[in-house]
Structure formats: structure tokens, C-alpha cells
Design a protein. Structure first.
Length: 361
């Protein structure tokens, strides 16, 4: 019967795999990585919070696609938490960790990756349901979307906990990985191959859906009298999703390939020298997604910008009202549900001219 090493600290396993973490993450290099990571983690928290708030606040986003997009932003927010925990438990600190703390560190990363991946897969299904009916949004009810979102996180948490539940090498250290010294190499092969296969399937599905949309749009454009912008809306949404998927695949594929090579026990592949850079590349994915949302979706950017402007104007109005108590301030409202054009300033001072205009309308 094999001996189990649950009571050992991580230095025991790192020494077995000859991974010198102390030399790789010391001095200026460690400080630089921490500063770099801290900056991007703060950006991840703020930007993804804005995306979630935009979906909640703007009634135009109260559709299944945007609910799932907000959940993807929540997965990126969770990834930021995982990276913060990783930053303060890496380098020389890695060898002092207990087995359970190291499992928690890696489990958070695995959970965030799975949440993003499964969420993209669900979005693919939602897009397929709507596009095949040539609709902008699918007919999924809020209850079903809520069930899907809960299911995504249940699957993500389970996949992140699989090594902790038993698929590890604590009772057979001969099969331990080099990059993840208490993960079994067979688990790394399973994990990386599963994710790469899902990547490939989603890319194929999205390409087929996009080709279908382009073909149907070209056919219908000559026979319908609807507005051009409305006919192009499904195409715009597909471009947004495909850009997000493309960024996800580009940022995560190198790391998964490295894990696969480690699982296959490739000792001459030099994986120890590139692991940290591929981890930073994965971090950039959570930074890129909010930028993609705001760049590819004009309404999303307008909503986010309006929230930022309103927040800054509210603070300035509070300071102004504390100095001039008699001044009456109010926010302009968007009764029609449409976006306010650039140049119209929200949070204006209500005066008699405004009242007169309302009376004439």
C-alpha cells in the first residue's frame, strides 16, 4: 500500500520536482510581478463591475444574452480574486504552503477558467437558438437563465475541486506533475485535453453560426424593409462573442498546451521557463474582455460612460450643494428608454426654462 503525504508542506513536493521557486521569484522581479499583477487585478475588479452594473441598470440589456455576458464578467471578476490570492501565495511563499492551501490556490484558478469556458459554451447555445430563428435574442425565460447561471457555477466549483476530492498524487508521488507538484500527470492530461477540445468545438460552432448569419442577412436584406441597423444587430452581437472567444482561446491555449506537455512528462520542453509568462497571458484575458464589450458594443460603452459621468457629477454636485444650499439640483431622466446623444449633459440644474418646456410639450 502506497504511503500518503497529506501532512507534508509544499517544499517536500517542490524539492522532488526540482522546481526552484525561490530563485525565480525574488527581489526586483517579484516586486515587478506583484505591481504588474496588482494594477491589472484592480482594473479587472473595476471594469467587470461596470459591465455587471450596466446590464443591471440598463433595461435594454435585460435579455438572456446580456445576462450571460454579465455572468462572464462575474467569472472574470472571480478570476481577479484568484490572481490576488495567487500573488500572495507564490514565489518563496509557495514552499511554505500546506497541501490544502495550495489546493485552494489552484482550485480558484481552475474554477475561474471553467466558469468562463462553460459560460461561453452556454452563450454559444443561446446564440444558436436565437440565430436559427433570425431573432436578436432567444426566448429563454429569466428562470431558465438563472438556472443556467447557477449550473455554470456548480460545474465550475466541482471541476476546481476535483484534485482535492482525490485525483491527485499525494498517495503516489511517482506520478506527480512538475508544474503542479501535487497534481497527477493523468489529471493534467485530462484537464488540458478537455479544455482544448471544447475550445475547438466552440470555434467551429461560432464560425458556422457566423457564416449562417452572414448568408441569411445578405438574402433577407434585399427582401425586407426593416432598418439596416436592426438587420445588422445579430451580426454585431456575433462579432462581439467571437472576439471574446478568440481572446479567450489565444490567452489560455498556450498555458493548456504547457500543462499537456507536463502531463505527458516532457522533460526536455523547457516548460518551467515559460509557465509564469503564460499565466500572465491568462491574466490579460480577464483584462481584455471588458474592453472588448465596450469597444464592440456601443450601447454597453454608452451605459458605462454614463454611469462614470453620473458618479463624478454626483460628487461634484454634493460638494456644490454643501456650499450653496439654496441651489436645487436634479438629474435628467431618460423616459423614452433610448440613449441620450453625446453633448446632452446629465445632472443639469432644473430651472424655469425647463418647466416651461415641459409645459409646452
Amino acid at each position: 500500500m502506497n504511503e500518503c503525504y497529506y501532512d507534508k508542506r509544499m517544499d517536500f513536493f517542490y524539492n522532488r520536482t526540482k522546481t526552484d521557486t525561490a530563485d525565480e521569484w525574488t527581489g526586483p522581479q517579484l516586486i515587478g510581478v506583484l505591481c504588474f499583477g496588482t494594477f491589472f487585478c484592480i482594473f479587472i475588479f473595476i471594469s467587470n463591475s461596470l459591465v455587471i452594473a450596466a446590464v443591471v441598470k440598463n433595461k435594454r440589456f435585460h435579455f438572456p444574452f446580456y445576462y450571460l455576458l454579465a455572468n462572464l464578467a462575474a467569472a472574470d471578476f472571480f478570476a481577479g480574486i484568484a490572481y490576488v490570492f495567487l500573488m500572495f501565495n507564490t514565489g518563496p511563499v509557495s514552499k511554505t504552503l500546506t497541501v490544502n492551501r495550495w489546493f485552494l490556490r489552484q482550485g480558484l484558478l481552475d474554477t475561474s477558467l471553467t466558469a468562463s469556458l462553460v459560460n461561453l459554451l452556454v452563450i454559444a447555445v443561446e446564440r444558436h437558438m436565437s440565430i436559427m430563428r433570425m431573432k436578436i435574442h432567444s426566448n429563454l425565460t429569466k428562470k431558465r437563465v438563472t438556472f443556467l447561471i447557477i449550473s455554470i457555477w456548480v460545474i465550475a466549483i466541482f471541476m476546481g475541486a476535483v484534485p482535492t476530492l482525490g485525483w491527485n498524487c499525494l498517495c503516489d508521488i511517482t506520478v506527480c506533475s512538475s508544474l503542479a507538484p501535487i497534481y497527477s500527470r493523468s489529471y493534467l492530461v485530462f484537464w488540458s485535453v478537455l479544455n482544448l477540445v471544447v475550445f475547438f468545438i466552440m470555434v467551429v460552432v461560432y464560425i458556422r453560426i457566423y457564416m449562417y448569419v452572414q448568408r441569411k442577412t445578405n438574402v433577407l436584406s434585399s427582401h425586407t424593409s426593416g432598418s439596416i441597423s436592426r438587420r445588422r444587430t445579430p451580426v454585431k452581437l456575433m462579432k462581439t462573442v467571437m472576439t471574446v472567444l478568440g481572446a479567450f482561446v489565444v490567452c489560455w491555449t498556450p498555458g493548456l498546451v504547457v500543462l499537456l506537455l507536463d502531463g505527458l512528462n516532457c522533460t526536455d520542453c523547457g516548460i518551467q521557463h515559460v509557465k509564469r509568462w503564460f499565466l500572465l497571458l491568462a491574466l490579460l484575458n480577464s483584462v481584455m474582455n471588458p474592453i472588448i464589450y465596450s469597444y464592440k458594443d456601443d450601447e454597453m460603452w454608452a451605459t458605462m460612460k454614463r454611469m462614470i459621468c453620473c458618479s463624478s457629477e454626483d460628487r461634484s454636485q454634493e460638494r456644490r450643494s454643501s456650499r450653496i444650499p439654496s441651489t436645487v439640483l436634479c438629474r435628467s431622466t431618460d423616459i423614452s428608454g433610448h440613449y441620450i446623444e453625446d453633448g446632452i449633459i446629465q445632472g443639469t440644474i432644473c430651472g424655469k426654462g425647463d418647466l416651461g418646456d415641459k409645459g409646452n410639450s
